[in-house]
Design a protein around this ligand. Structure first.
Ligand code: CAA
Length: 258
C-alpha cells in the first residue's frame, strides 16, 4: 500500500515504517498518524512479519505534533475530536515488537512516539526533548508519564518545565535509549536487531513484550504473577519443546510459532 506521509516497506521478516514529511521535519499530523496506524495494522496481521521498525530521516525522527495543523483548533475541536487519543495509541497497542530508530530531532510528540515503541535505538546525533511548554501547552501523548518512568522525576521535570533537549549520550545514561550507534549504522543495525527478534518463536517474543510492559502498569507482585502465568503457558507450545530439544541436540531450532 502506498502512503503520502510515510513509507511502508518490508525487509525480510521486518516491517519498516519511515516517517516521510521532510518539509516539516516529520511533524506528526493527523493524516500521518492515521497512515502510521494503518501500516501497523497491516504488519500486525501479516504472518510473515515478526517485528516493526519506525524511523525518520537523519535530521529528524519527528519534530513533534504538527503545530501549524493544531494552532487554530479550539478546546471543543480537540475534546470532541479526541485529539491524540483518537489515533496515537495504536502504536502502544501493537502486539508485535516495535523498535524506534531515532536520528536527529525527537521532540514533543516525536519523543512521545519513540517512547511508545518497545525500545529506542539512537543515532549519535539524536536529540530528545519535550518543548511543548515553549508553545503554551504540555506534552499530550504521554510525555509527562513515560519520560518520568524512563528517566526519573528530576530529569523529566526539568525537561518538561524548560523544554531543554537531551543528546544521545545523556539519553543513554538516563536509560531513555537502549543503545547509541553511529548515525550511518543506525537503520541497518535497527533492522538487523528487529530481524533477529522476528526470527525467534513468536509466542515467546509476544509474551516477553507483554510481561515487560506489565512492569509499567502494575505492582511488582502482580507483575511477577503475570510473568509466571505467561512463563508456564509457554510450556503448552510446540516451540518450547523445539527450542529446548534443539539446545540439547546442539542444533538450530526450527520455530513453527505454535
Ligand atoms: N510542526 C509543524 N511544522 C514544523 C514542526 C512542527 N512540530 N517542526 C518543524 N516544522 C517545520 C518548520 O515550521 C519549518 O517549516 P518552513 O520551512 O515551512 O518554515 C520546517 O519544519 C523546518 O523547521 P525549522 O526551519 O524550524 O528547522 P530548524 O533546523 O531551524 O529547527 C527545530 C529545528 C529546533 C526542531 C524546530 O523546527 C522546532 O523547534 N520545531 C518545533 C518543535 C516543537 O515544539 N515540538 C513540539 C510540538 S507540540 C507536540 O508535540 C504536542 C504533543 O505532545 C503531542
Amino acid at each position: 500500500m502506498s502512503y503520502q506521509y510515510i513509507i511502508s516497506a518490508t525487509r525480510e521478516n521486518v516491517g519498516l515504517i519511515t516517517l516521510n514529511r521532510p518539509e516539516a521535519l516529520n511533524a506528526l499530523s493527523d493524516d500521518l498518524m492515521d497512515e502510521l496506524g494503518q501500516a501497523l495494522n497491516d504488519f500486525e496481521t501479516d504472518d510473515a512479519i515478526g517485528a516493526v521498525v519506525i524511523t525518520g530521516s537523519e535530521k529528524a525522527f519527528a519534530a513533534g505534533a504538527d503545530i501549524k495543523g493544531m494552532k487554530d483548533r479550539t478546546y471543543m475541536d480537540v475534546y470532541l475530536g479526541n485529539f491524540i487519543g483518537r489515533n496515537w495509541e495504536r502504536v502502544t497497542e501493537c502486539r508485535k515488537p516495535v523498535i524506534a530508530a531515532v536520528a536527529g530531532y525527537a521532540l514533543g510528540g516525536g519523543c512521545e512516539l519513540a517512547m511508545m515503541c518497545d525500545f529506542i535505538l539512537a543515532a549519535d546525533n539524536a536529540k530528545f526533548g519535550q518543548p511543548e511548554i515553549k508553545i503554551g501547552i504540555i506534552p499530550g501523548a504521554g510525555g509527562t508519564q513515560r519520560l518520568t518512568r524512563f528517566v526519573g522525576k528530576s530529569k523529566a521535570m526539568e525537561m518538561c518545565l524548560t523544554g531543554r533537549m537531551m543528546d544521545a549520550a545523556e539519553a543513554e545514561r538516563a536509560g531513555l535509549v537502549s543503545r547509541v550507534l553511529p548515525a550511518a549504522d543506525l537503520l541497518e543495525e535497527a533492522i538487523k536487531t528487529a530481524q533477529s527478534i522476528a526470527s525467534l518463536s513468536r509466542p515467546s517474543v509476544m509474551m516477553a513484550k507483554s510481561a515487560v510492559n506489565k512492569a509499567y502498569e502494575t505492582t511488582l507482585a502482580e507483575g511477577v504473577a503475570a510473568e509466571r502465568v505467561m512463563f508456564q503457558s509457554l510450556f503448552a507450545t510446540e516451540d518450547q519443546k523445539e527450542g529446548m530439544s534443539a539446545f540439547a541436540e546442539k542444533r538450530a531450532p526450527r520455530w513453527t510459532h505454535k
